[in-house]
Design a binder for this molecule. Structure first.
Ligand SMILES: Cc1cc2nc3c(=O)[nH]c(=O)nc-3n(C[C@H](O)[C@H](O)[C@H](O)COP(=O)(O)O)c2cc1C
Length: 185
């Protein structure tokens, strides 16, 4: 059994909908146990992250970067860094914002650097951009991680961004399977 944990923040529910789509994709892969954890609840769940094969990080883009609560989680994880507790786990990331760009790439770069700080193995997003329609896969054209755009007050990202998040979740779960099976030690 592979365990995948999705740890995320969402101030107003839009990134939460993206996280649910990632979860759905993870759960589409056999022999995977998956769990969503809100950063607000992290104190009760550090051990869950320590025991996971893969951790997916998700944050809305606020002011061109991860949100404050997500950054607090990142800083609190420094105790894990000291112990190298997440070294060699699979990592991946996703973000959502109000604008088509909204400087989301900076958030994904932050998440990838964060994973590197922990010695984790980053898995990117591998769906080719399928056009600019709302229902298109990877309409944002993001390859470092899954990206979504939510119209203000809509409560959720565009359909194509949710479908992209789902495919992304499946990719991460499959990568975790391969990574674990291939281990020599
Ligand atoms: C404090 C704050 C900062 C924001 N900064 C950005 C930004 O830099 N780029 C952008 O496109 N949208 C920005 N937005 C819009 C949010 O990214 C957007 O509403 C998103 O869907 C919120 O996700 P959530 O409901 O999961 O919190 C910002 C919103 C807030 C509240």
């Amino acid at each position: 059994m592979i365990t995948v944990v999705i740890v995320y923040h969402s101030g107003y529910g839009h990134t939460a909908a993206q996280a649910e789509a990632v979860l759905k994709g993870v759960q589409s892969v056999p022999e995977v146990s998956a769990q969503l954890i809100r950063v607000e609840d992290i104190e009760a769940h550090w051990a869950t992250l320590d025991g996971a094969d893969a951790i997916v990080f998700g944050s809305p883009t606020y002011m061109g970067s991860v949100s404050g609560p997500f950054k607090s989680f990142m800083d609190a994880s420094s105790r894990r860094w000291l112990q190298q507790a997440w070294k060699d786990k699979i990592a991946a990331g996703f973000t959502n914002s109000g604008s088509l760009s909204g400087d989301k790439l900076n958030t994904l770069i932050q998440l990838a650097v964060f994973a590197a700080q922990h010695g984790m193995v980053w898995v990117g997003q591998a769906e080719l951009p399928g056009g600019r329609a709302d229902e298109a896969i990877n309409r944002i054209g993001s390859m470092l991680g899954a990206a979504a755009q939510s119209d203000h007050g809509s409560g959720r990202p565009a359909e194509g961004d949710l479908a992209t998040a789902e495919k992304f979740g499946a990719r991460v779960a499959l990568a975790a399977h391969r990574w674990k099976r291939g281990a020599l030690a």
